[in-house]
Design a protein around this ligand. Structure first.
Ligand code: 5AD
Length: 423
């Protein structure tokens, strides 16, 4: 085992994935080698998530395991906690787990040297200069690149920890985003995903150009075959064929207590307008069930929302109280058993909706961006439709990655489609 090896474990959202790609790339630049087995690593990074209590607990139980590993190695192991738990807990992590060498929040990914040298042991500020070096990103996909356009969030949803852990909104300069995109495309990444906590709040800090202008400019870069973005806030909407539009609840009363800044009616109006412009648009969403004070009637409105919007995919979570958030002081907690039961009902309903949506592809020929061999069956090829469904299909494996193919869908599976490439 050499000192210059690292292992990185990533939890949570796309922003965290990308931060790990940045950390990994920067470590490699500094002569480190990435290993997939922690037993071989001289440096272990936990890139953590604190969106719900459960994710936070996982970090401390992992740190317990790492304490033993470090003892076995007579202290010969560096442990760093990164990500949102690092930001939220800061110094407290080293008090609770003194075997941790450093704590580094999401605002400090560009300050790796200072952190590794010990100059910054607890790096949880939000430096004005975030030092975003896109050339050092260790991108895991040969065909897709995620690109940060903004960080942080200025919304104040009462349940949410993100404004604390990722700070206030900071947008990257327009031309930086274009430069990074061109560079990614030159490297074969024909699918571009623009990332930010509320991407549609993007505003160029020097020229004031907004998200619409940025989308248009990125789409104009030669070689960009597909353009996606995550995550949008419903109060500020823009357009693509697949749109993740977290609704959180179908009840206007709950939305008001969450401080989501829209009502059920307003949300449905936005959906209707988007559908009018793009009839085949695929919506995905997030729901929170069991928000304080949520009644059975409120919950039924969430179910009706699923039926009305016919989301292709959704994520749903039981409300989890987060430190320092306003929701702690709102309404009466929903009994945990009731919340669990609601979550189950919500998933059951969505399963039906999803099955019908997937079935509707059968017999059609759809454009698919070829990404490589299928994960479960290497004899099959795999890619995605424009509206983001995974398609496994038979075809010529020697085609260049990133090619756009026509695929005839002959089967809808649980989460994916199956088909055959056609000429
Ligand atoms: N409890 C449960 N779910 C939450 N989310 C955010 N904060 C909480 C919380 N305190 C969910 C929201 C958000 C997704 C990323 O996580 O649905 O859209």
């Amino acid at each position: 085992m050499t000192d210059k090896t690292f292992f990185i474990e990533t939890w949570g959202c796309q922003m965290n994935d990308l931060d790990s790609q940045r950390l990994s790339g920067n470590l490699k630049l500094r002569g480190y080698r990435r290993v997939e087995d922690q037993a071989e690593a001289g440096l272990i990074l936990l890139n953590t998530c604190s969106i719900r209590e459960k994710s936070e607990h996982k970090v401390f139980s992992r740190l317990g395991e790492l304490r033993e590993l470090k003892q076995e190695r007579h202290g010969n192991l560096q442990i760093g906690v990164c990500g949102c738990v690092a930001q939220q807990e800061g110094e407290r992590i080293r008090q609770r787990a003194p075997w941790v060498d450093f704590v580094m929040g999401p605002g400090n990914v560009g300050y790796l040297d200072e952190v590794l040298s010990g100059e910054k042991r607890v790096a949880v500020d939000f430096p004005e200069d975030r030092r975003y070096d896109f050339l050092a990103i260790d991108r895991p996909s040969a065909t897709k690149a995620q690109i940060t356009i903004m960080e942080g969030c200025n919304k104040n949803c009462t349940f949410c920890i993100v404004p604390t852990t990722r700070g206030r909104e900071v947008s990257r300069p327009f031309d930086d985003v274009l430069r990074e995109t061109s560079n990614a495309v030159a490297g074969g990444r024909v699918e571009i995903e623009l990332l930010g906590q509320t991407v549609n709040a993007y505003r160029c800090p020097t020229t004031g150009r907004d998200f619409g202008r940025l989308l248009a400019a990125v789409a104009d870069i030669p070689g960009v075959a597909r353009l996606r973005f995550m995550t949008s806030h419903p109060a500020e909407v823009n357009i693509s064929r697949y749109l993740h539009l977290p609704v959180q609840s179908g009840s206007s009363a709950v939305l008001r207590r969450m401080k989501r800044l829209y009502t059920r009616e307003r949300y449905l109006e936005i959906i209707a307008r988007l559908r009018e412009a793009i009839p085949e648009i695929h919506f995905s969403t997030d729901f929170i069930v069991g928000f304080p004070g949520e009644t059975e009637e409120d919950f039924q409105q969430s179910l009706r929302m699923i039926e009305e919007v016919r989301y292709g995919s959704l994520f749903a979570f039981k409300y989890s109280p987060r430190p320092g958030t306003p929701a702690l002081k709102i309404g009466v907690a929903v009994d945990d058993e009731i919340a669990s039961e609601r979550l189950t009902r919500l998933f059951e309903l969505h399963e039906q909706v999803k099955r019908e949506r997937l079935e509707s592809y059968r017999g059609r020929v759809v454009p698919v961006l070829y990404e490589g061999p299928s994960r479960n069956d290497p004899a099959m090829l795999s890619g995605r439709t424009d509206d983001n469904w995974v398609v496994n299909f038979t075809g010529d494996p020697s085609l260049p990655l990133g090619s756009m193919l026509g695929v005839r869908i002959d089967q809808a599976q649980h989460h994916t489609l199956r088909g055959e490439a056609v000429a």
